[in-house]
Design a protein around this ligand. Structure first.
Ligand SMILES: CCc1ccc([C@H](C)CC(=O)N[C@@H]2O[C@H](CO)[C@@H](O)[C@H](O)[C@H]2O)cc1
Length: 809
């Protein structure tokens, strides 16, 4: 089939216009006269997609020819963001498109507003996956991201004074021009049923599933920036097997029953679980995880066998990164496929499996570490439980050999938790069945070795690594902040910094140039005007992230209430005008987090209606925080709130995006804050609070939140105000939880936080000093590019090399 020539897609304005019109007529089936904005958006998307698909064809050919080592990223979540602006940038067709759609009577901005954001993730983990696949392509590394194509993504959030309400997010109800359904690559997935022995081979079993569903893939193109590589993200959606429609029931008028089977099947990829820190142990969630894993492993093996026969090369040609424990069932699934279906002997299969997988842990919260009831796995995946038992038996034999007689260690390390209920510890299985385990920031990786996984670090110290997170500079400054990007490109002489972010350090040499500083400041102000959240000359103080008590939005709220009370105590004071912007969703079942959202909304409304305070203080809370809203807020931020209790935020990535866009961080020694502070300089970071070890010690020493309440008048006044009833029961609930257990030492860090905020205001008043701090934050954020993160994974975990895709003019 080689050599069937493809007509090249034109590069001139006319040729682009022609392609746009032909897509309007032939693929959209309408005319210029009757084209709606939707028609124009779909047509433009297809025209841009074609140019990426042309590069995709060349990429696939180059990858096929070089039979490379592949990186497969298995993730239950991807927060890819809106696609049009990104694909216009990566295909270099922005100007052509602007001209072409004008002829149809539309502006690019109009059409970008119609762009869908596939909300197939909750927060940090999902967005990191998107930044990493972007950087894998930009670094020309052959890779496929595998995920689930949820029909309903993360819920749409409505915020009223009654707090958060959730609405379903049917993100693709108008279709999605950026995906390619590939029904011919369907896979079959089994559930339930039983296993039967195979005469003559004790290792092998036949699994007889009780239920079969189909996995249909559709892929989205993942172009590299400034290179011809175009990788894909392949998302699976569950379909009922033809046989599932029960015609006899239908003709008997039992319509619901007739389609019952089909509904059950399609429910598997119906909706994303909106929890990002507490495992709920729902059967459907485990079905989703196995569905993703089974489809993806079969697709990976299909691609391997296209170019390779010998299984012993599988681990040389394949590395599979597990994005947290969510896809960990992949380990026993690969064993099942190799032993039961491809008849490899156990030890050979195990050797291949361990070498193929790597595991990234994204949390330290015990409640976020998934464990599945043995009885549930036994029911849903009977063969996998058998395999897990064998893996565990061989593993504990190794532990026993290394630590003879240490029964307690055996009990602690076992993949099976025995008490109070028999459960499978997915993190333990992930560590046992992988070649490498990494945390996502230096402190996090250190704490993993010292606490949650300490026994495993004792046994396999070399297995534990750190790879500090990163973010895509294309989306989070070039697309989000074009004004600042243009100034940086002008200052540095070209835009090569977008592929080599450490070049931003060159900005330091421009800091002495007053006109450069003025332009820097006016761009920040223009971004604030565009956001229209508050007074553009006020200090824009931003806290944008999922709501969780460990992230301590409650501490920010206490600060707001104290500012409010201070202004009331001295209305004529020389107050720094401040706009406090909150944004973020709470898991629907996480009531304490939803209380915080409601309380912040109520306090914000109270301040807005208060003639004394409102001239100086404003609380804004835009609803439905997502990637697109983040791109609007981040360029307008002056102060970045990273105030989690030290030792709780694995890394954070919002902290990196905000620093890159010139916001100065106020934060604790937690996650990647530590590495940001180390690089931007201690003078350009407002540090406060207990560090991770002091925080742990405070709890051991019997932390008494009430003591802080009694010894700090302002703290007492703020908490009393919240609990006064002025803000209803929700205020009372929040106040009493802070005075009761205060799990995340909010009161212990209050005074230090207020002192740091006083330093912020002092610095803010010195505009020149603040602008210098802002420029230095951007200048020294180069390390936090996801290109560097991918380079670290590639060098230390994936051991892969780029495969260049020949450029064709
Ligand atoms: C079982 C429910 C569940 C779902 C998602 C998760 C994720 C691991 C939560 C998450 O998004 N973690 C965040 O991952 C980011 C990327 O590494 C880090 O920067 C954040 O610090 C971490 O909270 C835990 C538990």
């Amino acid at each position: 089939r080689q050599g069937i020539g493809l007509r090249k897609l034109g590069k001139t304005a006319d040729e682009f216009q022609q392609d746009l019109l032909s897509n309007l007529y032939y693929r959209r089936g309408t005319t210029v006269e009757s084209a709606s904005a939707r028609d124009a958006y779909e047509t433009l998307s297809l025209t841009v997609r074609d140019r990426l698909a042309e590069r995709r064809a060349r990429t696939a050919a180059a990858h096929y020819a070089s039979n490379p080592r592949w990186v497969y990223y298995l993730s239950a979540e991807y927060l890819l963001g809106a696609q049009l602006e990104q694909n216009l940038l990566y295909s270099g067709t922005g100007n052509l498109a602007a001209e072409a759609v004008k002829a149809l009577g539309f502006s690019l901005e109009d059409l970008e507003d119609l762009d869908v954001e596939p909300g197939l993730g909750n927060g940090g983990l999902g967005r990191l996956a998107a930044c990493l696949v972007d950087s894998l392509a930009t670094r020309d590394i052959p890779a496929v991201g595998y995920g689930i194509r949820y029909d309903l993504g993360i819920f749409r959030q409505i915020i009223t004074e009654n707090g958060q309400t959730e609405l379903p997010d049917d993100w693709a109800f108008q279709g999605n021009p950026w995906e390619f359904p590939a029904p011919d690559d369907r896979q079959t997935v089994g559930f339930y049923g039983h296993t039967e022995p195979v005469p003559g081979s004790p290792d092998r079993k036949v699994w007889v599933p009780g239920e079969i569903v189909l996995g249909e893939p559709s892929h989205m193109l993942v172009p590299g920036y400034g290179t011809d590589t175009v990788n894909i993200v392949r998302l699976w959606s569950a379909k009922a097997s033809e046989a599932s429609f029960d015609l006899s029931r239908f003709s008997a008028g039992q319509y619901a029953e007739a389609v019952q089977e089909a509904v059950r099947a399609e429910n598997i990829s119906k909706v994303l679980y909106p929890d990002d820190s507490t495992e709920l142990g729902r059967e459907l969630r485990l079905k989703q995880q196995y569905f993703l894993v089974s489809c993806s492993l079969r697709d990976i093996i299909r691609r391997f066998r296209l170019r390779n026969e010998d299984w012993s090369e599988f681990a040389d040609k394949t590395v599979i990164q597990l994005n947290d424990t969510h896809p960990t069932i992949a380990i026993p699934e690969l064993m099942r496929l190799l032993v039961d279906e491809y008849e490899l002997d156990w030890s050979k299969a195990w050797e291949i499996t361990r070498k193929t997988f790597a595991y990234t842990c994204h949390t330290l919260l015990p409640e976020a570490l998934e464990t599945w009831p043995v009885r549930l796995i036994e029911k849903l995946l009977p063969r996998h439980l058998e395999i897990i038992y064998v893996i565990n038996m061989l593993f504990l034999r190794e532990v026993g050999a290394q630590f003879p007689g240490d029964q307690d260690r055996i009990r602690r390390m076992s993949i099976i938790q025995e008490e109070p209920e028999r459960r499978v510890r997915m993190a333990h299985l992930a560590v046992v069945g992988t070649e490498a385990v990494n945390g996502v920031a230096e402190l996090h990786s250190k704490l993993l070795r010292e606490t949650v996984l300490d026994d495993f670090a004792d046994l396999w110290p070399a297995k534990f690594q750190n790879v500090t997170n990163g973010i895509s500079p294309r989306r989070f400054i070039r697309i989000a902040n074009p004004r600042l990007s243009d100034l940086i490109t002008e200052g540095l002489g070209d835009d090569s910094w977008l592929r080599d972010l450490e070049k931003l350090a060159g900005l330091e040499s421009l800091i002495g140039d007053a006109s450069f500083r003025d332009r820097w400041q006016s761009i920040k102000r223009a971004n604030k005007v565009a956001l229209a959240a508050g007074d553009p000359d006020s200090l824009t103080d931003v806290m944008i992230k999922r709501f969780h008590e460990y992230k301590r939005q409650q501490l920010k709220l206490l600060h707001v209430v104290t500012l409010y009370q201070r202004i009331h105590a001295n209305p004529a004071g020389d107050w720094v005008p401040r706009t406090v912007l909150f944004a973020g969703k709470a898991a629907p079942a996480y009531h304490a987090a939803k209380d915080l959202i409601q309380l912040i909304a109520t306090v914000g409304a109270t301040i807005a209606a208060d003639p004394v305070a409102s001239p100086y203080l404003k609380v804004v809370f835009p609803s439905n925080y997502n990637v697109t809203l983040a791109e609007k807020i981040i360029p307008a931020a002056d102060l970045s709130e990273q105030i989690s209790l030290a030792g709780k935020e694995a890394s954070g990535t919002g902290n990196m995006k905000l620093a890159l866009n010139g916001a100065v961080t106020i934060g604790t020694l937690d996650g990647a804050n530590i590495e940001i502070r180390a690089r931007v300089g201690e003078d350009n970071f407002f540090l406060f609070g207990l560090d991770a070890y002091e925080a742990a010690q405070a709890r051991i020493n019997g932390y008494q939140p009430r003591a802080f309440y009694e010894h700090d008048a302002e703290l007492r006044a703020a908490i009393d105000a919240l609990g006064s009833g002025a803000f209803g029961d929700v205020g009372h609930r929040v106040a009493s939880s802070l005075l009761g257990w205060d799990e995340y030492l909010t009161l212990a860090d209050y005074r230090a936080y207020l002192d740091a905020q006083a330093q912020v205001e002092e610095a803010w008043r010195d505009r020149d000093r603040w602008i210098r701090m802002s420029i230095l934050n951007t200048a020294h954020s180069g390390f936090f590019s996801s290109d560097r993160t991918v380079a670290d994974y590639a060098a230390r975990i994936w051991r892969v090399a780029p495969v260049p895709v020949p450029h064709e003019d």
